[in-house]
Design a protein around this ligand. Sequence first.
Ligand SMILES: *Cc1c(COP(=O)(O)O)cnc(C)c1O
Length: 454
Amino acid sequence: MYYYSTRNKNEKACFATAALTGLAPDGGLFVPEEIPQYPAQVRSSLGTMDFCDIAFETIKPYVRDEIPDTVLADIVRSAFTFTAPLIPVANRYTLELFHGPTAAFKDFGARFMARSFSYLRRGEDRPLRILVATSGDTGGAVADGFFEVQGISVTVLYPKGRVTPLQERQISGLGKNISALAVEGSFDDCQRMVKAALADDGLKKKMALSSANSINISRLIPQAVYYSSSAGRAFAGRIDPDGEATPRVKGHSVVSAGKSDLPVTLCVPSGNFGNLTAGLYAMKMGAPVKRFIAATNINKTVPDFLESGEYLARRSQATISNAMDVGAPSNYERMAAHFSWEEMRRIILGVSVSDEETRETIARVHKDSGYFIDPHSAVGWKGVDKLHAENKLEDGAVGILCTAHPAKFSEVVRPITGDPPVPPSLALAMKRTVNSKTIPAEVPALIETLYTYN
Ligand SMILES: *Cc1c(COP(=O)(O)O)cnc(C)c1O
């Protein structure tokens, strides 16, 4: 399998190059030359197969020849040590993607990326330093994914004072091969500084550098796995009424959403659209997905595009679902490389949700079903309600991807429902001490700091 740049079909790379460099040399995003198909017997067993077996079958065609089967099997077993339960709540399912170490779906991509980087760089004696700019969630997932991985160190840049206390501990509390820089500026400053450092000739001579942002293809592909596994389970009528550690009120039993033998409609709370793009890959591979819903907050560039056919990137606006505050979603370029506007309109329904609607939804879901939901997942929940009200959803099961644990966004959730139960991974992270270095939002300050590490 080779990958080509969304900006030039002749700019090709193997999986290792695409993963380790992140961005194509022409500034485009790497996409696979074709989306492979599941073998018939895998496709018909998605509802009963073990999650790691589905992960192996899903990822294998994308890395064939570059990661041997035995190594890939080990990588997925060590990356996916937690589950993604599909749970009936009220008249729909929630696909809980927050049972990993940092309590957000980004753990799936980051943990696979870290382990595959480690294998792809075997035999290299130069240590690799990964630079990552974060507005909150990505930094924690990448730090945790690469923690104690041999031969690789990570420097996370975050805007000082603009991440939550929990996120700051997830980013800066691990130590060892993970270092954290609190930048006196915005997320955009962090991103600009990372880009400049990656292009600095003096630095490149001194150390091997890479980045780990969400456009990396090795973070995207593993996200297709939970779509195939959940769609397969919904299709087979297999659900988890007692999924582990679900944040619902004790003693409360959820209403069954019923058996499904129809392809499922999956609603994806979206920002940069990496998650939804992974879903499109799973569907093309043969997962029984009928349709996707792209639910955004008021940063509705993609829903507007689906409506009008005109893509208009804009500045992002701040909301309470801030991991989705993206006005120019980078993965749009990938979606457009695989699908025309007409095709996208057939597969994806767009909807956008305001902060007020999000808060109202967090309250209502908790009151009606005893289920705690985080602001991002609440955007998905409300998106489904709105499409139902407009008669845009046909029969069949509907699942909502719950992208973060509600306790991760307790600043928003607490005043509405009281504190949701805190999962052990977050309780542990809260006990860590913040250990970061503050630097001004200037490129030389970053470069100077990086020199002191080696
Ligand atoms: C990153 C993130 C999103 C957005 O995912 P994209 O792949 O960027 O669309 C949604 N919810 C949470 C909690 C996130 O951390």
